[in-house]
Design a binder for this molecule. Structure first.
Ligand code: PMP
Length: 423
């Protein structure tokens, strides 16, 4: 038994599936102490959209740290925060014509969600929140109350209240008209569903099985919220920061949520940082009403600013991501074709394959690891193999990863994959 098993809690997860000690990383490759290298189709669960130790972010970070500049400052004014806010405004908000105030909650995704839920309740004076089947919003109690997974919910140890779960797009496999239940819940005074403060939604369900909402469904949802005076919260913690091909995952749908949660790759480097964005009219917080010691970490501002400047000054990065996404989807489609009933799910570089035999994806992930590829599973029973390569991955590395995945899938399912050296 090693120190991890002896001392670290049973709660640990990823180190069980990938049982090796990693000690270095660059771009899309991780290296283990025992000298093996692993291609990364996991990307820190979406926190490493620009790869590991991206030199364009590392350099300004190291220079900043060596310069004696401010590291910790709660929410005081710092030069690093000013630059981040100016850059985020100029490169992200203004070109998209989004008028949002920026709040820095605690540094994790669930902190951003908690702030969003609290604000929605404060703005509307209503406690109830609607969420969706298979949603994942984080592990603290408020976020857990809008999360679908029963195992995670049971961990709460207290009743998870003031929320109701509605069918997500595709939950009934297209057998019912969109919003059949949601519309009735809102409009029928006998529905038993209290009028909500907000609806919280992921555009692609990162943890819950990679279902991707159609743009028309998202527009329908935004419309329903507007009709009923309900705030729309988009949790873009995993699908945001370019993962689906645009900076915000809802841009193509043409909707403007009232509140947006961002985290994971907003620092660009894997440093903890979170933002909660909301329309200015909802900025009714009293000073200090939602506080915290670690809000707006300066090294994360430095790398976050560098990432925005490096990747988001024009549209070239987005078109590169679009090319990678079609390569990925083509490869996944070929792999899925090897197994009856298997289907590609997801959008952009947040995509995978659903397997009707719910044991298969986990076995493919294990076989991929044995062959030098990190991929995880998604869905309530881990029934979806989930690929999330860095947005900066090379086409050759993408091909290599898809080849390993295809080999692992063939090994597990016995089904032949249409072509090797995919894409
Ligand atoms: N929302 C979504 C959509 C997520 O995918 C996650 C993390 N997987 C979270 C919230 C929670 O983020 P964190 O783990 O940083 O608290």
């Amino acid at each position: 038994m090693d120190i991890f098993e002896v001392l670290e809690s049973e709660v640990r997860t990823y180190c069980r599936t990938w049982d090796t000690v990693f000690d270095r990383a660059a771009g899309s490759t991780l290296y283990s102490e025992d000298g093996r290298d692993y291609l990364d189709f996991f990307s820190g669960a979406g926190a490493l959209n620009y790869g590991h130790n991206n030199p364009d972010l590392l350099r300004p970070l190291v220079e900043y740290l060596l310069s004696g500049a401010i590291v910790h400052s709660l929410d005081m004014k710092t030069a690093a925060k000013r630059r981040f806010l100016e850059t985020f405004n100029e490169l992200i908000l203004k070109p998209r014509m989004y008028d949002y105030k920026v709040m820095f909650p605690g540094p994790t995704g669930t902190n951003s969600v908690e702030a969003a839920l609290k604000l929605a309740r404060k703005v509307t004076g209503r406690p109830h929140i609607l969420s969706f089947t298979n949603a994942f919003h984080g592990m603290t109690l408020g976020s857990l109350a809008v999360t679908g997974n029963s195992m995670k919910r049971q961990g709460a140890g207290v009743p998870l209240t003031n929320t109701t779960s509605m069918p997500y797009d595709g939950f009934f496999d297209g057998q019912t008209p969109d919003f059949l239940w949601l519309r009735h819940a809102l409009e029928d005074s006998g529905s038993g569903v209290d009028k909500p403060a907000a609806v919280i939604v992921e555009t692609v369900q990162g943890e819950g099985g990679l279902r991707a909402a159609r743009a028309s469904w998202l527009r329908g949802l935004a419309e329903l919220c507007k009709q009923h005076g309900i705030l729309l919260i988009v949790d873009d913690v995993q699908a945001g920061c370019g993962r689906t091909g645009t900076f915000f995952s809802f841009e193509d749908a043409g909707i403007t949520p009232d509140i947006v949660c961002l985290s994971k790759s907003i620092s660009g480097f894997g440093l903890p940082l979170s933002l909660t964005l909301f329309k200015p009219e909802h900025d009714i917080w009293k000073p200090g009403e939602h506080n915290g010691t670690f809000r707006g970490h300066n090294p994360a501002f430095v790398t976050g600013t560098a990432a925005l400047e490096h990747f988001w000054t024009d549209r070239s990065f987005e078109s590169n991501v679009a090319g990678l996404a079609s390569q990925l989807h083509e490869g996944l489609t070929q792999i899925a074709a090897g197994t009856e009933g298997a289907r590609v799910r997801g959008r952009g570089l947040l995509a995978g394959i659903y397997y009707p035999d719910h044991q298969v994806a986990g076995r493919i992930a294990a076989e991929s690891f044995a062959r030098g590829l990190l991929v995880e599973t998604s869905g309530p029973e881990g029934e979806v193999i989930k690929t999330m390569p860095a947005l900066t991955i090379g086409a050759d590395e993408m091909m290599k990863g898809l080849d390993i995945l295809a080999e692992a899938a063939e090994f597990v399912t016995g089904g032949k994959v249409a072509a090797k050296s995919i894409a």
